[in-house]
Design a protein around this ligand. Structure first.
Ligand code: HEC
Length: 218
């Protein structure tokens, strides 16, 4: 027994070092079609809509609920059962119990559906090598999905951070005309990095850039 336990650390080091040669730090996996991607979709959605300052982040998080990592989020989730998961329930609650709380806008129905589906699929920490569809024509439908899931938490009628709103087509066009949105999504040319508290995936930044370059079609 003693001999075996002496071996384990050595084997572990061997295993870990082989791993780090073949993979990037965050392992991308081939996911079955239709899999909801936790790392690139659900985590940023929750970070930008629930874990902004004053809400579910840091030592003074509302009701002690912090929502900045997979393990923290999982305390509010019953894998496979959206209707028994606090995280999902509060999104569709009526009145003051709804999250994000009024007067903040509720999450879009598309974003709520992605969270429901992710929980139903087992609420795994998926990070899919899903590629990015850059062949579909740039459209407001694609861009508004990205904005509503990753930007509108801080850029809407009741919270116009930096004087920017991204919740309607007209507001988004005005934001691009009045501000350097492209620099903000990459955090270049002196613009503050957006979103400030989460990762915008390469796919999502490409969708925004293509739409701006195409003249912001509706
Ligand atoms: C957690 C809150 C939060 C999220 C999420 C967020 N922003 Fe911001 N945004 C801010 C704040 C705060 C400012 C003002 C910052 C400043 O002026 O330093 C700002 C400013 C901006 C500006 C103006 C920058 C400038 O140089 O004037 C743009 C454009 C912008 N955001 C776009 C976005 C986009 C696009 C997203 C989503 C991909 C996003 N933001 C997500 C909080 C947020």
């Amino acid at each position: 027994m003693r001999n075996l336990s002496a071996w384990i650390p050595g084997l572990l080091v061997l295993f870990l070092s082989t791993e780090s040669c073949t993979h990037s730090p965050i392992l991308e996996e081939e996911c079955p079609p239709g899999t909801v991607d936790f790392t690139q979709e659900i985590l940023p959605l929750i970070q930008t809509n629930c874990a902004m300052s004053g809400c579910h982040v840091g030592a003074n998080a509302a009701e002690g609920i912090r929502l900045t990592s997979y393990s923290q989020i999982m305390r509010q989730v019953e894998p496979g059962h959206p209707e028994e998961s606090e995280l999902f329930e509060v999104l569709t609650e009526q009145g003051g119990k709804r999250m994000p709380p009024p007067p903040m806008a509720s999450l879009s129905s598309a974003a709520i559906e992605r969270i429901r589906l992710w929980i139903q699929q087992g609420a795994k920490e998926t990070h899919c090598n899903s590629g990015c569809d850059t062949t579909a024509p740039a459209s407001w439908a694609q861009v508004s999905f990205v904005f509503s899931s990753q930007c509108v938490g801080c850029h809407q009628a009741s919270l116009t951070s930096g004087n920017v709103r991204l919740d309607t087509y007209a507001d988004a066009v005005q934001a691009v005309n009045d501000h350097d949105v492209s620099s903000a999504i990459f955090g270049i040319n002196g613009a503050p990095k957006m979103p400030p508290n989460a990762l915008l995936s390469d796919c999502h930044s490409a969708i925004i850039m293509r739409w701006i370059q195409a003249g912001m079609p509706q």
